[in-house]
Design a protein around this ligand. Structure first.
Ligand code: C2E
Ligand code: MG
Ligand code: MG
Ligand code: MG
Length: 291
């Protein structure tokens, strides 16, 4: 009896494995064709400065709508693209598309706006990255400091020295660098201090915990104070409620991003959102005494 059950369990287990690896193979196959089929699109999520109320930056977030697989989340396909190496080509598409979009928006008068772009470990491993960005900012006529690259802690903790020297090359070029998902990795503050990083994005898992109980908030308050002591701009991601916002304000957080302000939006809608937002903050700006 027990023996049969055991055998069945093994059988179901391996069927599930088969189904999973088949799904994975299908995803990989579809991913290979995605660029040529024009299945990628960028969405953009605005980020707001808490002192001025202005939208200072937008983050480019990749979306994939596959002919065969339907909509696939970045958390699923980005790791696959990294493993298969396709992230290089996809990442180049993202850089061009994001910087081209910023060029158009600057042309419409929003020239204070920055574009934040996520890059993968593999992209940072290649020495070409700074040169590619340089060529793109020239082509689309935007200042290099309006491009901000988001990297993660693990990317600069590797034994390989290439990512670090590329980071310095990017810094020399003048692009802004920020550390994404901050707090989820293992880097020490003394190590971070040596890196040419301008901003820390506090991971949304910490922001989610912010609430009426002040004890729960101490961690975020401490992270912000430590970041400031290192001279970093502190950004909170995943800000979903008025309560999150008020708490972060109280802790002197510099900038916020999250559903409270806006979900990631297609380019046209994001542009309209920013323009409408500009209108709403302008009265406050013009109430300051004229020079
Ligand atoms: P990330 O860079 O940390 O991006 C923030 C994620 O949080 C996004 O998920 C965004 O949609 C989501 N988010 C924003 N506001 C809120 C909020 O208030 N609440 C909650 N719960 N979530 C919020 P998304 O778009 O699914 O992207 C997931 C991850 O995929 C990104 O995390 C990033 O690591 C990666 N990714 C996305 N686009 C690219 C890309 O072009 N290149 C690379 N290399 N990675 C990318
Ligand atoms: Mg990011
Ligand atoms: Mg993040
Ligand atoms: Mg401040």
């Amino acid at each position: 009896q027990a023996k049969t059950e055991g055998r069945n369990t093994v059988q179901y287990f391996s069927e599930e494995m088969d189904a999973r690896s088949r799904h994975r193979a299908q995803l990989l196959g579809a991913l290979k064709m995605a660029l040529a089929r024009d299945e990628f699109v960028l969405h953009f999520q605005p980020r707001m400065n808490l002192d001025t109320g202005q939208i200072v930056s937008v983050e480019a977030l990749l979306r994939w709508d596959s002919r065969e697989m339907g909509k696939v989340a970045p958390d699923v396909f980005i790791p696959l693209a990294e493993e298969s190496g396709q992230i290089i080509e996809i990442g180049e598409w993202v850089l061009r598309e994001a910087i081209a979009t910023l060029g158009r928006w600057h042309g419409l008068g929003l020239n204070h706006l920055s574009m934040s772009i996520n890059v993968s470990a593999l992209q940072l491993l290649r020495s070409k990255l700074a040169g590619q960005i340089r060529a793109l900012v020239d082509e689309f006529g935007i200042p290099e400091y309006c491009v901000e690259l988001e990297i993660t802690e693990s990317m600069v903790l590797s034994q390989n020295s290439q990512p670090l020297s590329n980071l310095w090359a990017l810094k020399d070029l003048g692009v802004a660098l920020s550390l994404d998902d901050f707090g989820t990795g293992y880097s020490s503050l003394s190590y971070l201090k040596q890196l040419p990083i301008d901003a820390l994005k506090i991971d949304k898992s910490f922001v989610r915990e912010l609430g009426p109980n002040a004890n729960d908030n101490t961690l975020v308050q401490t992270i912000i104070a430590l970041g400031h002591s290192l001279g970093m701009t502190m950004i909170a991601e995943g800000v979903e409620s008025e309560e999150h916002l008020q708490t972060l304000r109280q802790f002197d957080c510099d900038e916020i991003q999250g559903y409270w302000l806006s979900r990631p939006l297609p380019a046209k809608e994001c542009l309209e959102f920013i323009q409408a937002h500009e209108q709403s903050v302008r009265p406050a700006a013009s109430s300051t005494p004229a020079a």
